[in-house]
Design a binder for this molecule. Structure first.
Ligand code: PEP
Ligand code: MG
Length: 751
């Protein structure tokens, strides 16, 4: 092995000397091709560079007709050179002319050459050019020769990136101008216009040559050790975000970090005279080529993992970490393959406006945090990270799930207009902030917000809402590493109440299960988790868990009123059992002399249809009720709320729903029990109009909906709308939505 490394070592040394010369870039390139030809005993060595339109131009040659330099152009994908550039993969041929892609250019005089070796000149994962050698006699180039040529291609990539090859529209570091349109699914609504930042910055290796091979080997070994340790930490550290697909990726990282083959190839590359960084890059380029060729999706995915891991190793070598630690510019749009919620929270919220993930579903924890932060986010965008460089302009349209990378001026202008329009609307909503939510005929509506994390709290003030109508306590549990201890829970609820000030907060007891799993809590796999062991069912089976939360809430609310709401109650017995546990906890607090809330209001969510026929028994026992229309409708229509193929098949404004919701209003009025509705429908202006027409006077919604709903309320007449809706239902109209839309249009109601 030692002797086979001798020639590459010499070549590298010579190229290094050339690079150090105070000459123009092109002169150095000319010298490099001469050197390669000599070292590889080839008659020809040429460099082709890629232009922005994808065509290739001959830029330097030893052996071919020099007159052809700058004149020979190959169309995108044309010839062997075009093929190499398109696939970012090498070609090693003993009879080049027999290859179907061979294209003969008379001006170059290359008809007499038989063997051909060409490697891509890679920059940031893209082909910036192609480096070739040719021989008259048919021969196959050895592995060492291939690697030597690849290493030299890295040097040429450096020359291109430095901008020293004054090459017109030849692709340079800034040259990736074509717009790319990517598609994914919306994780968090909004439009973001800004610049891409890679969550895990890509390191561009500039220091290629090393004098001290043993030192570089040592650096590699140390970095590798550190890399392995961080992966182990992530896997074993109990971070709840490390689950599902994220965990698979980490397992693959661990496997590769211990892979002997990879380690050997890296050491060998260093032995040819490369720095540890350059060695990682060189070996990585080979992986990339393999990745392009691989058609098996699983293996492709694993090669992708290895590519990611190389980047991690480079960052360890360079002493750099994530973009969060380095600080981000204004209007950052983060790109990541996958990310945990805690990692997203590490970023400066004021500078972050968008998020694009290759993985991640709507229910993923990072999506929950993105929504809480008000960051437009799109997930399941395959290969997103490969399409961008940090600093690229990006537009994220989370409504359509589209991402425009390096957008054209037209796209940019049209989205800037949208963003401006949205900003003006927000400005108008902000002006309504301190105005009451009172209809034209003087009917006052209590507007509250839904929340679940501390980062939601600023929205309470910003939106002008009167309180938090639904605090989803499980979110905090979902994003923390282990089950929050009693003390931590108390701390969290205390902070929520402190930040809410005088405004009331309705804490919903843990609604775990269904789509809200805690990875650290053992839970048998269920066929139908939405109908499974969740929410109050779990609380009653695990009273310790429930009581701990109640205790924390009572302590946090010492000296003030506390509102607790029970999710998924399906019969009276469940309510009574939960109330019993609550009473016990209250007595326990009293016995031990702990300060307690001045009053505990205990409410129930109406989200299981069976409860509708128990209201006359239930309502006299509760302090308030709130309709959870998300679950209530999914159970009413037997349509999974998380499955868009079925969730949008029914209309929340259909007569069945409106009659049911009207019956709840009647029952609450009969028993004089405060009633609210806190499902998503409360946040949509037309639905809110119908709710008010039905008699709902308190609704709770996502903070961003408060402005639009308030402006609708201020333009409507509650009495008129009630009459209209009554008439529509009495007339057995089926398409209530369309009728309400024209009613709103006729009466200038802003929906
Ligand atoms: C609901 O079901 O309507 C509700 C508000 O609760 P969640 O969305 O958290 O299930
Ligand atoms: Mg619910």
């Amino acid at each position: 092995m030692t002797s086979s490394l001798e020639a590459p070592r010499v070549l590298l040394r010579r190229i290094r000397e050339i690079m150090a010369r105070p000459e123009a870039g092109e002169d150095r390139l000319d010298a490099i091709v001469v050197e390669i030809a000599a070292n590889l005993v080839a008659e020809v060595c040429s460099v082709y560079l890629r232009r922005r339109d994808g065509s290739m131009v001959l830029f330097a040659t030893e052996g071919l007709n020099k007159e052809a330099v700058h004149k020979t152009h190959l169309k995108r994908g044309e010839g062997l050179v075009g093929l190499i550039a398109e696939h970012a993969d090498l070609l090693n041929l003993s009879e080049a002319q027999e290859h179907p892609a061979f294209s003969y250019r008379p001006e170059t005089g290359e008809e007499i050459y038989h063997s051909f070796l060409g490697v891509p000149i890679l920059r940031g994962g893209e082909s910036a050019g192609v480096l070739t050698v040719q021989n008259q006699t048919p021969r196959s180039y050895s592995e060492e020769e291939v690697e030597a040529l690849q290493t030299t291609a890295m040097v040429v990539a450096e020359l291109i990136a430095s901008g020293e090859l004054a090459a017109g529209d030849v692709l340079d570091a800034e040259g990736r101008q074509n717009m790319a349109l990517l598609n994914g699914i919306s994780l968090s609504p909004g439009i973001a216009l800004g610049q891409a930042i890679l969550h895990e910055p890509r390191i561009i290796v500039t220091d290629l040559f090393a004098d001290d091979v043993p030192r570089e080997l040592q650096r590699l070994e140390k970095a590798m050790g550190k890399l392995r340790a961080t992966i182990d930490d992530m896997l074993l550290g109990g971070d709840p975000s490390v689950s599902g697909e994220y965990r698979d990726v980490l397992e693959a990282y661990r496997m590769f970090a211990h892979d002997r083959g990879w380690n050997r190839r890296l050491s060998e590359a260093i032995s040819t005279g490369l720095t540890a960084e350059a060695a990682v890059e060189r070996v990585r380029n080979n992986t990339r080529a393999l990745m392009v060729r691989q058609i098996d999706p699983y293996l492709r995915e694993r090669l992708h993992d290895l590519d990611d891991l190389s980047n991690r190793l480079l960052r360890v070598l360079a002493g750099r970490t994530t973009a969060a630690e380095e600080g981000i510019p204004d209007n950052t749009i983060l790109f990541a393959r996958t990310m945990g919620p805690a990692e997203l929270l590490d970023y400066d919220r004021d500078r972050l406006c968008g998020l694009v993930l290759e993985e991640g579903g709507v229910a993923s924890h990072v999506a929950i945090v993105a929504r809480a932060l008000g960051v437009a986010a799109v997930g399941q965008v395959p290969g997103a990270v490969d399409y961008v460089e940090s600093g690229d302009k990006v537009v994220v349209d989370a409504a359509s799930g589209e991402i425009f990378v390096r957008p054209s001026q037209n796209v940019l202008t049209s989205y800037s207009d949208k963003v401006e329009f949205e900003a003006r609307r927000q400005e108008q909503y902000a002006q309504l902030r301190d105005e009451p939510a009172v209809s034209q005929d003087g009917c006052e509506i209590d507007l509250q917000i839904n929340a679940g994390l501390l980062v939601d709290l600023p929205h309470l003030d910003e939106s002008g809402a009167s309180g938090i109508g639904l605090f989803r306590t499980e979110l905090q549990f979902m994003i923390s590493a282990t089950f929050p201890k009693a003390g931590q829970q108390t701390e969290m609820y205390t902070a929520v109440l402190e930040q809410a000030g005088d405004k009331p907060v309705v804490f919903r007891s843990l609604d775990i299960g269904g789509d809200k799993m805690l990875p650290y809590l053992r839970h048998a796999k269920e066929e139908n988790p939405a109908l499974g062991w969740r929410a109050i069912r779990m609380a009653l089976d695990r009273p310790g868990l429930f009581r701990t939360q109640i205790r924390a809430l009572m302590r946090a609310a010492a000296g003030r009123e506390l509102h607790i709401m029970l999710p998924m109650i399906s019969d009276i017995a469940e309510f009574l059992a939960a109330r019993d546990l609550l009473d016990k906890e209250h007595q326990h607090q009293e016995r031990h002399g702990h300060s307690r809330p001045t009053r505990v209001h205990l409410g129930v969510m109406i989200e299981v249809p069976a409860l509708l026929w128990q209201l006359d028994q239930l309502l006299p026992m509760v302090d308030f009720v709130s309709v959870g229309s998300n679950d209530l409708l999914q159970f009413l229509f037997a349509a999974d709320r998380g499955n868009i193929r079925v969730s949008e098949r029914f209309d929340p404004l259909s007569p069945a729903v409106l009659k049911m919701l009207g019956d709840i209003v009647d029952a609450a009025e009969r028993h004089k029990v405060p009633l609210a509705l806190c499902g998503e429908m409360a946040g949509r202006p037309l639905e809110a109009l119908a709710l008010i027409a039905l008699g709902y006077r308190s609704i709770s919604m996502a903070p961003a909906s408060v402005g639009p709903v308030k402006s609708m309320i201020r333009s409507m007449s509650a009495g008129d709308a009630a009459e209209k809706l009554r008439a529509l239902l009495a007339a057995n109209e089926t398409d209530i939505r369309t009728h309400l839309e024209s009613y709103a249009a006729n009466y200038n109601i802003i929906v």
